[in-house]
Design a binder for this molecule. Structure first.
Ligand SMILES: [Zn+2]
Length: 346
């Protein structure tokens, strides 16, 4: 094997209940969210503090460290989120391995990243998983509260897509497993990015912008850094007192991440209570429109006016759910489903 795996399990306690899981059907990729904290620092923290949270494996530039046996439960995703049940028919804590990337501080990112990529490939091979569907980012499962591991990846010019490609390449070169596009090399992008750049990295930044409330009404997250994206970045930079240059470098990435972590989807997309319908106007209608746009039921503009287009978007949204009446009127039930959809979004 290219790397050693160190197995140094923590004591049974809150972090490690010592119960068997249901077998492994997917992987949840995390970063520690704590720059400079090494794999062993994490192990010691969970061993000594025993919070009701954990993950199986922590990876830095020195260690691939399994702190909980892979056939046991670890608490790395909130059980309330539903994306794991919907996609995999089970809670992540019961059926997924949680893998954490340690980064920042004195940790050599390249070394840690190579181990992280290799370990994902190792798990995919060992558990006979599909790298396209069975590796999922924590941020995808819990978008209202989490930004990992894209936070650590983006800081180093890597997109989620690039990471998956790297895993597939590793699968082929180290484990002899071919996947349809395993010959396409992942490539880090040089920061900062700006007008003229394109690709999955740009697309992920655009998705982050939209999530923080900077809608891109003309082109959306199309993976092309054009004027609309530049303008949104400049508005973002102005709002948070950053240098307004329209370029996305480490400072802007950190702020984006901070805003996503603080507010996340929940605060960025507040939903009014009460009943709203055609003829209504105001800030609350804007909130409804923003939320509709976020879940891809475009109300054709966020103007605060509940007109025919907004009514139509509400009606289209309602038609997705048997429990909702398709009347184009926003009320408590529509609000409830909209909230659910926002919280579950990837
Ligand atoms: Zn996580």
């Amino acid at each position: 094997m290219k790397y050693d795996i160190t197995r140094d399990y923590i004591e049974i306690g809150n972090s490690r209940p010592g119960q068997s899981n249901d077998g492994i059907s997917f992987i949840v990729s995390h970063d520690t969210g704590n720059p400079g904290s090494t794999a062993y620092a994490n192990r010691n923290y969970f061993n000594n503090t025993q919070p009701f949270a954990s993950a199986h494996t922590f990876i830095d530039d020195q260690y691939i460290l399994e702190i909980i046996p892979l056939d046991e439960i670890a608490y790395h995703v909130r059980t309330e989120v539903t994306g794991d049940n919907r996609r995999f028919g089970n809670n992540a804590n019961e059926a997924a391995i949680g893998v954490e990337l340690a980064y920042g501080g004195n940790i050599n990112f390249e070394e840690a990243y190579e181990r992280y990529v290799w370990y994902h490939a190792y798990l995919v091979n060992r558990y006979n998983l599909d790298p396209d569907s069975d590796i999922i980012a924590h941020s995808t499962l819990d978008p209202s509260r989490r930004t990992d591991p894209q936070n650590a990846l983006h800081r180093n010019g890597l997109s989620w897509d690039t990471f998956l490609r790297d895993v597939k390449n590793e699968l082929r070169s180290e484990f002899g497993v071919e996947t349809d596009d395993s010959d396409v090399l992942g490539e880090a992008i040089a920061l900062p990015i700006g007008i003229g750049d394109e690709g999955p990295f740009v697309e992920e930044i655009q998705q982050d912008l939209i999530r923080t409330g900077y809608s891109l009404p003309l082109f959306g997250a199309d993976g092309i850094y054009g004027e609309e994206t530049e303008n949104a970045i400049m508005r973002f930079q102005r709002r948070y007192d950053l240098k307004v240059d329209g370029l996305v470098g480490p400072v802007t990435l950190d702020k984006l991440n901070e805003v996503l972590n603080e507010g996340g989807t929940l605060d960025s997309f507040p939903l009014p209570s009460g009943i709203f319908q055609q003829g209504d106007e105001g800030e609350e209608v804007k909130q409804i429109q923003r939320a509709l746009q976020q879940v891809n039921f475009n109300p054709q503009g966020i103007d605060g006016i509940y007109g025919p287009n907004t009514e139509d978007a509400v009606r289209r949204f309602q038609s997705m759910y048997a429990a909702l009446v398709n009347d184009g009127i926003y009320g408590p039930e529509t609000r409830r489903f909209l909230r659910m959809e926002l919280d579950d979004r990837n």
